[in-house]
Write a protein that binds this ligand. Structure first.
Ligand code: 6PG
Length: 260
C-alpha cells in the first residue's frame, strides 16, 4: 500500500487557525468517545496551550460543537522534570492558559508527572509510563498505547515532544515514556513520549505559527533530513495534520489541503 501524506492546513493567522483546530479537536473527541467513552489526549508546551485556549474557550456555535472536558483525560507529550508550579513546567503552563479558565464542574482528568522523586529521572519516566499502562490497559496486552489525539508543537530545530534531531532517543523502540537528561533546549531534564507511541496515535496534530518556522518547515516538508517532526509525518502519514499560518510555510512547496 502506498504511504499516505500528512495534511498541511494553512491559515492567515491564529484567529482563523484556532476555529479550525477546534473543529478538528471536536471531531477527534467524538471519535474517542465513540471508541471508549473517554477522550485521551496528550499535549506539549511552548505556544500550544495558548493556541488551544483560543480554540477551546470560545463559546460553542452549535450542538455539534460542544467540548465535554469532563470526559477528557489529558497527558503530557513531554514534561520538564521540575516542580508542578515551576515556571518551566508544561503542566503549570497548561493550567494557567487553559485549566484555570474552565469552570470547576468542567475540569478534565489531568495526569501530571509524580514530583516525589524529581532527582531520579528514570523513576519519573517509569512512573509516568505506569500511568499510561493504567489508562491504556496492561503493558502485556497492548504493544503501544493508542492516544485519540496528540497536540504537538514543532521546535525551530525540528524537534517535537522532547525528541531532538540526531538524539539516540529517536531509536527507542521499547519504552513508552523515556527520560532525557541532555535536552539541547533547557531545561535539560525531561521525560517524553517515544516516537513509536507518537506515530501510533489515532491522530497527531501539530501547530506551528510565525515566520521563525519557515526554514525548518522547508526542511521537514521539502527535504529528507530525518528530523523528528518529519519522522512523525513518515510514521503517521495522513493521521498527522499540521495547523500552520502562512508565514510559517512561506516558500514550502509541499501541497496544502483546504480544511473543510
Ligand atoms: O519543551 C519545550 O522545550 C517546548 O515545549 C518545545 O518543545 C516547544 O513545544 C516547541 O519548541 C515549539 O514551540 P512553539 O510552540 O513556541 O513554537
Amino acid at each position: 500500500m502506498p504511504k499516505t501524506q500528512p495534511n498541511l492546513y494553512a491559515f492567515s493567522g491564529v484567529d482563523t487557525l484556532a476555529p479550525a483546530l477546534r473543529t478538528y479537536i471536536v471531531q477527534s473527541q467524538a471519535l474517542g468517545l465513540a471508541r471508549h467513552g473517554i477522550f485521551k489526549v496528550a499535549v506539549s508546551g511552548g505556544s500550544l496551550p495558548k493556541t488551544l485556549a483560543a480554540a477551546l474557550l470560545a463559546p460553542s456555535t452549535s450542538n455539534d460543537d460542544v467540548i465535554d472536558f469532563k470526559k477528557w483525560e489529558i497527558f503530557f507529550a513531554d514534561e520538564r522534570v521540575v516542580p508542578l508550579d515551576h515556571a518551566d513546567s508544561n503542566y503549570a503552563l497548561l493550567k494557567s492558559e487553559l485549566l484555570d479558565k474552565l469552570p470547576a464542574d468542567q475540569q478534565p482528568t489531568v495526569h501530571t508527572i509524580d514530583v516525589a522523586h524529581l532527582d531520579d529521572l528514570q523513576e519519573v519516566a517509569d512512573q509516568y509510563e505506569q500511568v499510561l499502562v493504567s489508562s491504556f490497559a496492561s503493558r502485556d496486552s497492548v504493544r503501544l498505547p493508542i492516544f485519540d489525539l496528540l497536540l504537538l508543537g514543532c521546535g525551530p530545530d525540528g524537534h517535537t515532544c522532547s525528541l531532538f534531531p540526531g538524539h539516540p532517543l529517536l531509536r527507542e523502540t521499547s519504552a513508552w515514556v523515556a527520560p532525557i537528561d541532555d535536552s539541547p533546549k533547557p531545561p535539560p531534564k525531561r521525560i517524553t513520549l517515544t516516537l513509536p507511541v507518537v506515530t501510533h496515535a489515532v491522530r497527531v496534530a501539530f501547530v506551528a505559527t510565525g515566520g521563525g518556522k519557515k526554514d525548518i518547515m522547508k526542511d521537514i516538508f521539502d527535504a529528507d533530513k530525518g528530523l523528528p517532526c518529519a519522522l512523525v509525518n513518515e510514521g503517521a502519514g495522513d493521521r498527522a495534520s499540521w495547523f500552520v499560518d502562512e508565514p510559517a510555510i512561506e516558500g514550502v512547496s509541499f501541497p496544502r489541503r483546504s480544511f473543510l
